[in-house]
Design a protein around this ligand. Structure first.
Ligand SMILES: *Cc1c(COP(=O)(O)O)cnc(C)c1O
Length: 359
């Protein structure tokens, strides 16, 4: 991950600050260890979504700025102020709540205004910008320290939707400046936009996926070299021979085409190894690709290891990643009709983790 961060820094240059997105347990990689490494490497702050994760960051002694990217629940307000969190305000309702709360407390609160430029989810619509800015003018205890938006298709910089979003963002920025505001940070780019589109970087970028070494689409491969951070391993529990024509697992979703050898691995959908990988997933055992056969169940998955001479209980099997990238997350996810984000989040959730430092 340190190398990925370095590659991103080199790409965007020293005038662009980095806000690593570490929401959802750092995409399954483990919130605190990841945050500590990033803080030591030098980043502006952290992008998060949950108050609970912010609290853990602060409890771990990390004092860097935290931006809550996806709005907040009203009940979070006291903690937002106490923990010096910078909320991205996602609608007029939240802006009013924040204004009232900060006024009552007599506290100055910094915020970023999230503009909805076309995703039609979180953000203040351009037609509401005037109201939002008036509210800010009337509440000098609120400090507009940033303006942001989020792209629906950052991996397609030339798509109509992206061009429209960028144009709307520019218009909003112009209006905000015209009204006399001078926000310190302007940001729009997720990993894809940060890698593919220099114009989307402004002075802060919000990479998530790329930090964890996953390419946000094939175009990105030509622009940056990333290394997968997560490797997910298990040990073979049992090895067994199956005759021709036998069903394997629930359903059975698979029937053997001839005599075959199976490795049973004690990993299943409870571990994030989704049932969607049934008959579609693959792993790496002794450097060979071995396919999932039959249904992935709660705590057991069968792999066809017929092509391997010796397989024994206790052998290590790489289910994702690997030192040589034997099981790329992009490929495994695509096989199951998932996106890389889902696999990382799910696989990383529950298992015990070991952190290795290369240098
Ligand atoms: C999660 C998130 C990101 C990170 O996106 P990646 O595609 O993982 O780089 C960036 N910005 C916002 C607002 C997010 O919610």
């Amino acid at each position: 991950m340190r190398e990925n961060l370095k590659a991103i820094k080199e790409l965007v240059g020293p005038q662009v600050s980095i806000l690593p997105v570490i929401k959802s347990e750092a995409y399954g990689h483990g919130l605190i260890p990841i945050a500590k490494v990033l803080a030591a490497e030098g980043v502006y702050g952290f992008g998060l979504s949950d108050l609970e994760e912010v609290q853990r960051i602060r409890e771990a002694g990390l004092a860097l700025p935290v931006i809550l990217l996806s709005g907040f629940e009203p009940s979070w307000l006291p903690e937002i102020v106490r923990l010096r969190v910078i909320p991205a305000v996602i609608d007029l309702y939240q802006l009013r709540l924040l204004a009232e709360f900060s006024k009552r407390q007599g506290k100055k609160v910094a915020l970023h205004l999230k503009i909805d430029t076309g995703m039609n989810r979180l953000g203040i619509h351009p037609s509401e910008l005037d109201q939002a800015l008036s509210l800010l003018e009337d509440n000098p205890q609120l400090e507009l320290s940033g303006v942001m938006s989020h792209l629906a298709a950052g991996e397609h910089p030339r798509a109509v939707i992206t061009r429209q979003q960028k144009a709307l963002f520019e218009e909003a920025l112009k209006e905000i400046k015209r009204r006399g505001f001078r926000p310190r940070f302007i940001h729009l780019a997720n990993s894809a936009a940060c890698i593919l589109d220099a114009k989307a970087r402004y002075n802060l970028v919000r990479p998530g996926l790329a930090l964890y070494g996953v390419y946000p689409g094939p175009e990105a491969r030509k622009k940056i070299k990333l290394k997968p951070v997560m490797t997910y391993k298990a040990r073979v529990l049992s090895v067994k021979e199956v005759a021709k024509g036998e069903g394997v697992g629930y359903g059975p979703l698979y029937r053997s085409q001839g005599p075959m050898k199976l490795a049973l691995v004690p990993v299943g959908y409870d571990d994030g190894y989704l049932r969607a990988l049934s008959n579609r997933g693959f792993a790496s055992l002794k450097g060979e690709r071995v396919p999932v056969v039959g249904a992935v169940s709660m705590r057991c998955t069968a792999f066809d290891v017929s092509a391997l001479k010796d397989v024994s209980p206790g052998d290590e099997i790489v289910l994702l990643g690997g030192e040589g990238g034997e099981v790329p997350v992009e490929e495994l996810a695509a096989r199951a009709g998932l996106i890389s984000y889902e696999l990382l989040c799910l696989l990383g959730r529950k298992v015990s983790k070991i952190y290795l430092r290369s240098s």
